[in-house]
Design a protein around this ligand. Structure first.
Ligand code: ADP
Ligand code: XUL
Length: 513
């Protein structure tokens, strides 16, 4: 039995098909928007040159990509063996549709492409995506309307954020009230594509829905005050919010006839790329955390209970396999580690050696390692702050500075994520810096937990395929994780420093902050 997982992301649309019995991946394909669909003028997946922070994409491009992708998959395997489908989309992006949408989606004809048939249903020709930062004013207005940041955060799991869909909808309503009026349905990228597959209007899941500043995380349904703060009559324009285990419908005739799928294949409701990745990394139950050490560092985990960050730095989304998940971004990440490395003209080997040359706790030398404005915590320093020996404070202790940067980053990560009330059994590391065992050791010591490197490629699509298999094929998610999400052999790092070593450092760091 095969399950198909789709991933419509910023720069590409990819898919993979898993054979749930043998635990193998039977087909994999990806369509790069910029390269394969140059007619949409989006070399990196969005239309360049947007003004005032606007970043938009053409939703027809996502539809064309889906068709190219399915064509490619059809060449790789027998699509009639696919018995379950789900998918994920880049979060926050929104698609605006008029009242023709409901009929058009139900009557897709094979002699025309999806983009051709659905173009007349767009009430806004382009879609704002997550990179759009044009809505600062609308964030302030929504926050003021409901009574402050704390209230928005407690209700929706995040303070009002520029890229989130609620403020984006408000801006559209303010700038083009007539087009807003003509809008009968607003979908996320995920629910839009799910609708297309089932040939009917699909719900939004709690994972992607929570990225809108409109869903209440206690009821997991639309919050009337937030809706009112965003735009008039918004409830009528939104689909229902449903848990990730919901079957949205079955694959419509357009796809069975065009691409050779079997009839009546169940399609699980789509989710956002980050919630899907939680599943694809094998971390969908509490106790496992994922730390991605990329340009920025990102921390996400299934949560034991639903709480919002009282400091307003983190985000709470629905967990597609039940409950909730947290996501928190640390902007300085690799950028700060590189800044220290480059300051002393070190390469990564010398950086790693510096960690080996210095003791845990760094002899009482501490750093607030923020080289650029940070979101966790929300600070904007002119330069990092150093406290310790005179040489250290004057940037004359290269190895001490390297350790202080890395220790400062993960002491900060631990303190800023305390609100999630997690008890980590294992921390899965991914991203470019995860190959550095010396950094992984600091993480293991500070969190006092085992650290393992994950061999992930395509965790978003994999998570979608696993969700489909678990919801429609009766597969146990734990068994699927065991088959598809194994950490790299020999990558386990256990804590070496005793739990007391970082107690003084944690206090000193908090005081410095
Ligand atoms: P993104 O997906 O955000 O583009 P990656 O996950 O590819 O980023 O990570 C890239 C980063 O990994 C680089 O910016 C670099 O700072 C970091 N990196 C690469 N090699 C090492 C290493 N050996 N030790 C620490 N960091 C490293
Ligand atoms: C999360 C976010 C991005 C997008 C695109 O809040 O904005 O991660 O989901 O990947």
């Amino acid at each position: 039995m095969y399950a198909l997982g789709l991933d419509s992301s910023t720069q590409s649309c990819s898919a993979l098909i898993i054979d749930v019995d043998s635990g193998s991946i039977v087909a994999e394909a990806s369509v790069n928007f910029g390269e394969q669909l140059p007619q949409y003028n989006a070399p990196s997946g969005f239309i360049p040159g947007g003004e005032n922070g606007e970043v938009h994409s053409d939703p027809r491009m996502w539809l064309d990509a889906l068709e190219i992708l399915l064509n490619e998959l059809q060449g790789q395997c027998d699509l009639s063996k696919v018995r379950a489908i789900s998918g994920a989309g880049q979060q926050h992006g929104s698609v605006y549709l008029n009242d023709q949408w409901f009929t058009a989606i139900d009557t897709l004809a094979e002699n025309q492409t999806l983009a051709e048939q659905l173009a007349p249903t767009l009430s806004r020709t382009t879609s704002p995506i997550w990179m759009d930062s044009s809505t600062g004013e609308e964030c302030h207005e929504m926050t003021a309307a409901v009574g402050g940041e704390d209230i928005v955060c407690a209700k929706s799991g995040s303070i009002a954020i520029e890229r989130f869909t609620g403020p984006q909808i408000r801006r559209f309503y303010k700038n083009d009230p007539a087009a807003y009026e003509q809008t009968a349905r607003i979908h996320l990228v995920s629910s839009f594509l799910c609708s297309v597959l089932i040939g009917a209007d699909a719900p939004i899941d709690t994972g992607d829905g929570a990225g809108m500043n409109l869903v209440n995380i206690d009821t997991w349904d639309w919050d009337s005050e937030l809706l009112e703060a965003a735009a008039p009559d918004l409830l009528d324009k939104l689909p229902a919010v449903k848990p990730g285990s919901t079957i949205a419908g079955s694959l419509c005739d357009y796809f069975t006839q065009q691409y050779g799928f079997a009839a009546d294949v169940p399609v699980t409701i789509f989710t956002g790329d980050n919630p899907s990745s939680l599943v694809g990394m094998g971390a969908s139950r509490p106790g496992k955390l994922v730390v991605s050490l990329g340009t920025s560092d990102t921390f996400f985990a299934a949560m034991p209970s639903v709480v919002a960050d009282p400091a307003g730095c983190g985000h709470v989304f629905g967990n597609p396999s039940g409950g909730s998940m947290s996501l928190q971004c640390f902007v300085n990440g690799s950028l700060a580690r590189e800044a220290v490395k480059d300051k002393f003209d070190y390469d990564w080997d010398q950086f790693t050696q510096a960690l080996a040359n210095t003791p845990s706790g760094n002899d009482g030398n501490y750093m607030l390692p923020f080289f650029r404005p940070e979101t966790s915590p929300r600070v904007d320093l002119p330069a990092p702050i150093l406290k310790g020996s005179a040489a250290f404070e004057n940037w004359a202790d290269a190895d001490g500075a390297v350790r202080a940067c890395v220790e400062g980053q993960f002491l900060n990560m631990k303190q800023r994520t305390d609100w999630m009330q997690l008890q980590p059994e294992v921390i899965y590391l991914t991203g470019g810096a995860s190959k550095n065992d010396a950094i992984a050791q600091v993480i293991a010591d500070i969190f006092q937990a085992k650290v393992q490197r994950l061999l992930v490629s395509g965790s978003v699509g994999l998570g979608a395929a696993m969700r489909a298999a678990s919801n429609s094929l009766g597969c146990d998610l734990g068994t699927l994780e065991h088959r598809f999400c194994q950490p790299e052999v020999g990558s386990t790092i256990t804590p070496q420093a005793g739990s007391s070593v970082y107690q003084a450092a944690a206090q000193a760091f908090a005081a410095l902050l």
